[in-house]
Design a protein around this ligand. Structure first.
Ligand SMILES: [Zn+2]
Length: 694
């Protein structure tokens, strides 16, 4: 010491200098001791921070697992609904009942799978919440232990999630969904039956169209067109030709018949006929009949159906005397009556010699003559039979226009009946379709209920780390400091939103990972579950992915649709879109220390709120006091019922019963990885903490 300070002649050896140096040395050694104490405290704080983050990470895992389960549940609900919707689309396709029934069966198995999954997840998540305090404590303890081993110092620590209890997990019940799909399924048989009937009605229309076309203007042989040309000289636009029934409709034949009878009426000589009285009477009868036929045919008309079909409403013509008796020709008082030798006689016209011989007695009808109070004229012999003879031959023999007109009307009647049935069935099917849209919407609305994880530790995790007292080397100038006192550090971590995270993809990827393709069965089941990825995407992306999924599933099923099934699939897709299924509020959470101001500023109000809650809780539970925290640590336990969910270091959160419902080769389990023997580790952590703290 002396050598150090005596520097010869140029040195400073004054007493003042020596005292100053002495003071500096004393301060120096005291600073060393203070540094030792300070750095020790800093190290404890660091370990407490790490422990809090580690514990809170377990909460983050739970939240993500909850979101994955929720995403899966939604995807299974959507899968169920869309499978039923596709099944309903198939019901609209005649001949596709087999496919429709298979799809409905798959839908019902999916509903079972969804409900069983939900039931298992509800139990599993509740068990996971009960296990969470123990998991947090053990994670914190092992983090502290690892630090202790590295630094060679004696630490003990534990963390507690606040609040200690989670809100009871209640997942959306499948009841509403079940009602919706049941309503859809209940309509399917009826739809399938009506669709078959509709197809038959359409076939009947086609058949009648062909028959009508053939009678009107079919090629090769006689027809209304050919007869009209031959018998009435019709040609050109009065007598058009159609080479196929596709371009032809019943209005063509109707117009042709009108023109034909008009022409026949004007062409007939009637009273001007040059011949015997009975021949004149026959010409008059023809003229009468053509006039009647013109009137009657003209009463026919066509309408347009909702599908653009030209639907005929045609009038039949009397085909013989009996038929004439039912027309106005029978009762019209159009024929001159004479009195000959005191007897009333009916005549075809005033020019009849029999009429001329007698005296005029007004007018009468054929029915008057048939009832017996007017006699027939022996000259012209006009009666209802004269009228009846006009159509009798030409209707029953295939060389008359009436023969083809009659076939045309019969085809028209068949067409009308089938078209009306078609129209009625379409209306009924439309109603069924709308009912399904309603059921689908209700089902989709029931899917919008989401699970919002509220586990223990949702406000944060508080860690407490205790470093035991430590012996120190004696230092000069420093009295009575041969050991460092026990140190305690408290830290808190909470989950903060990470705006940069793409949780949607994270969750769907995790979700998809649970059903590996090789675990799936084959055939239809594979097609459906194969579309599961899109259903999962709907969780993150909402409507667009749900409707895409419907579309994809529909396309995967090999069916040739018709206008009704197209309309059904479009309206079902629209229903999915209009329900406005929104993406889940997806937020990536990560643990952050909450006693650092820049973290609070960065993470905004969410973290601040959580911090406040945690502080309040920490105060309320006197967590700031080590002694009280020890009491809390004593309360940490792993409820025995959690044991049922533990298996090989994993906690089974949910089971996807793929095998049970015939969708896969094995059931799949959704799990959270844990340290093996959680109970033992918890006990050790508590014991260690209590021992050191005491
Ligand atoms: Zn006469």
């Amino acid at each position: 010491m002396r050598d150090l300070f005596i520097k010869g002649e140029d040195g400073f050896t004054t007493v003042g200098s020596a005292v100053a140096i002495l003071l500096v040395c004393a301060l120096l050694f005291m600073s060393v001791r203070a540094f030792q104490v300070q750095s020790r405290a800093g190290q404890v704080q660091y370990v407490a921070d790490a422990a809090a983050l580690s514990a809170d990470n377990a909460v983050a895992v739970y939240v993500t697992t909850g979101q994955v389960v929720d995403a899966m549940l939604l995807s299974f609900s959507l899968l169920t609904l869309t499978t039923y919707a596709v099944s309903a689309v198939a019901a609209f396709i005649p001949g596709a009942q087999g496919v429709s029934a298979k799809l409905a069966d798959a839908g019902s198995r999916l509903l079972g799978l969804r409900n069983d999954f939900a039931a298992s997840a509800e139990k599993g998540l509740n068990a996971a919440q009960k296990a969470l305090p123990a998991i947090c404590a053990v994670r914190a303890a092992s983090c502290v232990k690892a630090n202790a081993q590295t630094s060679g110092l004696e630490y003990a620590g534990i963390a507690i999630p606040l609040p200690l209890e989670g809100k009871e997990v209640k997942l959306a019940s499948g009841e509403e969904l079940g009602n919706s799909v049941e309503a859809i399924a209940a309509l399917e048989d009826e739809i399938a039956e009506k669709s078959e009937e509709l197809q038959e009605a359409e076939r009947q229309c086609e058949e009648a169209q062909l028959a009508g076309w053939q009678a009107d203007c079919g090629p090769g042989g006689m027809s209304m067109r050919e007869r009209a040309g031959h018998l009435a000289g019709l040609s050109g636009s009065d007598n058009p030709a159609y080479s196929s029934p596709e371009t032809w409709d019943f209005s063509v034949g109707l117009e042709r018949a009108k023109v034909y009878y008009r022409e026949r009426y004007y062409q007939e000589d009637g009273a001007g006929y040059d011949g015997y009285p009975d021949e004149v009477a026959e010409s008059i009868a023809r003229e009468k009949f053509y006039g009647y036929a013109w009137d009657t045919v003209a009463e026919g008309f066509v309408t347009t159906s909702s599908t653009g079909k030209t639907v005929p409403h045609l009038e039949k013509l009397a085909r013989n005397t009996d038929g004439i008796r039912e027309t106005y020709l029978y009762t019209e008082q159009a024929y001159p009556v004479s009195v000959n030798d005191g007897e009333l006689r009916l005549h075809a016209w005033e020019g009849c010699p029999g009429y001329q011989e007698g005296s005029a007695a007004g007018y009468g009808s054929c029915s008057d003559a048939e009832s017996g109070w007017i006699a027939l004229c022996p000259e012209c012999e006009f009666s209802v039979r004269t009228l009846g003879r006009v159509p009798a031959a030409s209707t029953s023999i295939d060389n008359g226009f009436e023969y083809y007109y009659r076939a045309f009307v019969e085809a028209g009647d068949a067409y009308e009946e089938a078209a009306e049935r078609e129209e009625q069935l379409r209306e009924e099917l439309e109603k069924d379709r709308e009912e399904i849209v309603g059921a689908l919407k209700k089902g989709l609305e029931s899917c919008s209920k989401r699970y919002d994880p509220q586990p223990p530790g949702r406000y944060g995790c508080v860690s407490v780390v205790i470093a035991g007292s430590e012996s120190l080397q004696p230092l000069p100038f420093v009295q009575s400091q041969d050991s460092l006192p026990a140190r305690v550090a408290i830290s808190g971590a909470t989950l903060a939103a990470d705006p940069a995270g793409d949780q949607g993809n994270v969750i769907t990827e995790i979700g998809q990972g649970f059903i590996p393709p090789e675990s799936l069965g084959g055939g239809l089941s594979k097609t459906i579950i194969g579309g599961w990825g899109s259903a999962l995407q709907a969780y993150a992306n909402g409507v667009s992915d749900a409707s895409d999924f419907f579309h994809t599933t529909l396309k995967a099923i090999p069916l040739v649709g018709n206008d009704l099934s197209e309309k059904a699939s479009k309206s079902f897709e629209d229903a999915i879109k209009s329900t406005g299924l929104k993406p889940a509020k997806l937020q990536t959470y990560r643990p952050v220390l909450v006693n650092t101001s820049h973290i609070l500023e960065r993470d905004g109000s969410d973290a601040a709120k959580n911090l406040l809650k945690m502080k309040h809780l920490a105060q309320a539970e006197s967590a700031a006091e080590v002694g009280d925290l020890k009491v809390m640590a004593d309360e940490l336990s792993l409820p025995s019922e959690v044991g049922d969910f533990l298996s090989g270091g994993e906690l089974v959160v949910a089971t996807i019963p793929l095998k049970q419902y015939g969708f896969g080769l094995e059931d799949v389990k959704v799990t959270i990885k844990l340290s093996p023997d959680l109970q033992k580790q918890l006990s050790e952590a508590v014991v260690q903490f209590t021992k050191l703290g005491g």
